[in-house]
Design a protein around this ligand. Structure first.
Ligand SMILES: Cc1cc2nc3c(=O)[nH]c(=O)nc-3n(C[C@H](O)[C@H](O)[C@H](O)COP(=O)(O)OP(=O)(O)OC[C@H]3O[C@@H](n4cnc5c(N)ncnc54)[C@H](O)[C@@H]3O)c2cc1C
Length: 393
């Protein structure tokens, strides 16, 4: 398992390259993403056209290695892209975020045949995926999952259910966490990952109705005697699934940190503008000290979140251990999103409640970042445990 390997492609990108990519993403966000966000969010409608544009931009291959047709971007550049997209509308970043977590697991832990078969199609966006871990009875406690894959000749027969699986309605398949040995002790030794393409027995049972993160499909899935070829077992060895999932958490948490930071930045930008446009008692509200305190706190949290994300991403790119740094970035970035969206609601006063304005969407979208990729409660316990482990007496 190469969880500490550095990412050689990420060294190929210069500061000028990064600037050029971020410029083109910014243009795309302002021209194509921001103008449609409110309409698609309110209609809870999947943005098919944006997906086609994401393919053109190479976003589905952003962190996939160049030998497989991806861009091989450093995580630090990728995080800046995510911050930019999420500052206008967080939801579309989920279309390529979850997909790239699946790709990253295949690239790091898959067999050569699995990489050759899936990564080029994933880099182009022809195959779009997600990650299928959570079940109705098991989210944080993933080792309690009940979906079972039973070996049957050259294939596995899968039965069980997953819930909240992002991209599973409009995507082509998922990375599926299963029990290949439900009796194993410790429990994680009986867990495996399968590359599950849609087919007979892979049933999208229900698109879930959500508070925010609309337009993107999060679905309940049922596996009813779903047959998957044994050569789709990630890495070709049973019992490594839980460790493989854990190995992808650092990039996943940098992703979510960037999405939270993007929400915080977007809420700040809207507030800075509104505070100059809206007047009370004969002056713009930005001249009232109570509003200034909010803007200052919001701006400081945005900048602090960016720095924590950059620190974690740089360590990730260098192949250094960054579980504590990624957890800190995710915890702080997501809480900054909630804080800034909430403060922006107050700055907008009554208009924050109007669906004619954008800010209520940020407020609805923000909380998810505190829950996904490890809840912030659990992340703080990880930070504390790492702190003790790194500083023993
Ligand atoms: C919109 C949306 C999209 C999602 N997309 C995906 C996806 O694509 N793929 C996927 O697999 N999942 C997805 N999820 C699921 C998400 O990852 C889980 O909701 C999350 O892991 C929390 O699990 P849970 O909901 O079962 O909460 P629980 O695990 O039941 O936790 C409930 C509460 O108990 C706390 N808690 C639990 N255990 C501990 C502990 N040991 N110490 C301290 N506190 C603890 C938690 O912090 C939380 O506050 C998505 C969820 C949502 C809402």
């Amino acid at each position: 398992m190469d969880s500490k390997a550095s990412r050689p492609d990420s060294q190929l990108w210069s500061a000028d390259d990064e600037r050029a990519i971020l410029d083109s993403i910014e243009q795309w966000v302002e021209k194509e993403v921001r103008p449609i966000a409110r309409k698609f969010d309110q209609a809870d409608e999947y943005p098919h056209e944006l997906v086609e544009q994401m393919k053109e931009l190479g976003l589905f291959g952003a962190t996939i290695g160049q030998q497989y047709g991806g861009l091989g971007l450093p995580a630090s550049t990728y995080a800046k892209i995510v911050i930019k997209v999420a500052s206008a509308w967080m939801a579309p970043s989920g279309i390529f975020n979850s997909h790239l977590i699946m790709a990253s697991a295949i690239e790091r832990f898959g067999t050569e045949a699995q990489k050759a078969s899936f990564l080029p199609r994933m880099a182009s966006g022809e195959f779009r995926g997600g990650i299928g871990l959570t079940e109705p009875n098991a989210g944080t406690d993933l080792q309690a999952i009940r979906t079972v894959a039973k070996r049957d000749g050259d294939s596995y027969l899968v039965n069980g259910a997953k819930t909240w699986i992002t991209n599973s309605g409009n995507g082509h398949g998922i990375l599926l966490l299963v029990k290949t040995d439900p009796q194993a002790q410790p429990r994680h030794k009986g867990m495996s990952l399968l590359i599950a393409e849609k087919g007979e027995g892979f049933i999208v049972a229900n698109k879930m109705k959500k508070l925010g993160y609309k337009a993107i499909d999060s679905c309940e899935l049922v596996f009813d005697n779903y047959r998957v070829s044994a050569d789709r077992l990630v890495g070709g060895v049973e019992g490594l699934g839980f460790k493989q999932v854990a190995g992808g958490l650092e990039l996943g948490r940098i992703n979510v940190a960037a999405r939270g930071c993007g929400i915080a930045l977007g809420a700040l930008e809207l507030s800075v503008r509104y505070a100059q446009e809206r007047s009370t008692f004969g002056k713009p509200i930005c001249e009232h000290q109570a509003i200034q305190l909010k803007l200052a706190e919001m701006a400081t949290q945005v900048e602090a979140a960016k720095l924590l994300i950059e620190q974690a991403a740089r360590k990730y790119d260098a192949g250094e251990r960054c579980d504590m740094e990624a957890a800190m970035a995710k915890y702080f970035g997501s809480e900054a999103g909630v804080f800034c969206a909430s403060e922006a609601m107050r700055i907008f006063g009554g208009y924050s409640y109007s669906t004619e304005y954008e800010i209520e969407r940020y407020y609805r979208d923000a909380m998810l970042m505190c829950i996904g990729e490890g809840t912030n409660e659990v992340l703080r316990t990880i930070i504390a445990k790492q702190l003790i482990a790194r500083h023993p007496v």
